[in-house]
Design a protein around this ligand. Sequence first.
Ligand SMILES: NC(=O)c1ccc[n+]([C@@H]2O[C@H](COP(=O)([O-])OP(=O)(O)OC[C@H]3O[C@@H](n4cnc5c(N)ncnc54)[C@H](O)[C@@H]3O)[C@@H](O)[C@H]2O)c1
Length: 305
Amino acid sequence: MSSFPVATMPAPPVGVVGLGQLGGSLAAALAAAGRPVAGWDVDAGAREAAAARGVRISRELAGVVVLAVPLPAVATALDELTIDPDATVTDVGSVKVPVLEVLGDAYGSRFVGGHPMAGTERSGHAATDPGLFAGARWAVCLDPGTDLHRWLRVAEVAIAVGAEVVPVTSADHDDAVAAISHVPHLLAAALATVAGQAGPLALGLAAGSFRDGTRVAGSDPAFVTSMVEGNAGPTAAALARVQQQLARPWPDLVADGHAVRSRTTGRRPVRVPLDRTALLALGRQGGAVTGRLAAFLEGWVPEGA
Ligand SMILES: NC(=O)c1ccc[n+]([C@@H]2O[C@H](COP(=O)([O-])OP(=O)(O)OC[C@H]3O[C@@H](n4cnc5c(N)ncnc54)[C@H](O)[C@@H]3O)[C@@H](O)[C@H]2O)c1
């Protein structure tokens, strides 16, 4: 759990809709930290598993309501539930512009998009891990219509489970994750397919580089498909850049990739005013918010930024 002064941040109740890998882990982490958390899932097994971890099962939710359902269910998952009219609604979906279009329309400035950069190739409540978010980045979207105080409430929930908050617009988020997540998922699928075509000998010899390069190909295909199709434009653009790279002389390509992957940067602590422009600049520099101190937010940027 976080060691920074989150006690000075507002701490409303949390309601989690969808108690699978992401939602179950969030609800379990909050419950383990002694925080009241309610939740709902259409699956009775997921409800039972969450209740056993201290989550109050309810269809009436208030405070910060976190949608942690598969992307195709985001638009309708709250329809049958009773959501407090003053609740802040957020989500954990892997794409942000399409979710903003739907939930921004429905909830206006009460909606704040989010995306924890955590998760494994497993899914469902059996994949619940209360430590999932410790040390992870959690994108919390600051779009032109976002209410800064509601943004803070969502940021506080992320920080309460050990994450570091990256302020970002939905569009910048989708461009960035196309490069570091959505294209890697497609490449993992392509690598695994090619290895399968190479036959049993190749698969029998497969070791570390194959395992690391294809790990996410073990994810639920429905989850990956909704993610890459939901972010089709930025993903296609990033994939085209990868294809350009593959056409370069191999020694140059290998050297450039190695330089990026072996880069190490320290962290420089910073204080940022509670101001949209300053927060977005922090995120663009690769930094993150880790806590709040009076009127300022505490965080860090990479050395040299
Ligand atoms: N898996 C990852 O690595 C990862 C990482 C970051 C974000 N995400 C995002 O998190 C969200 C959830 O992913 P997950 O991996 O936790 O999926 P999951 O399949 O593990 O869990 C989803 C849960 O939602 C429940 N559900 C489905 N429809 C529902 C509805 N209408 N109302 C209530 N509950 C419903 C399911 O029963 C299930 O328990 C997705 O939007 C995904 O894009 C996933």
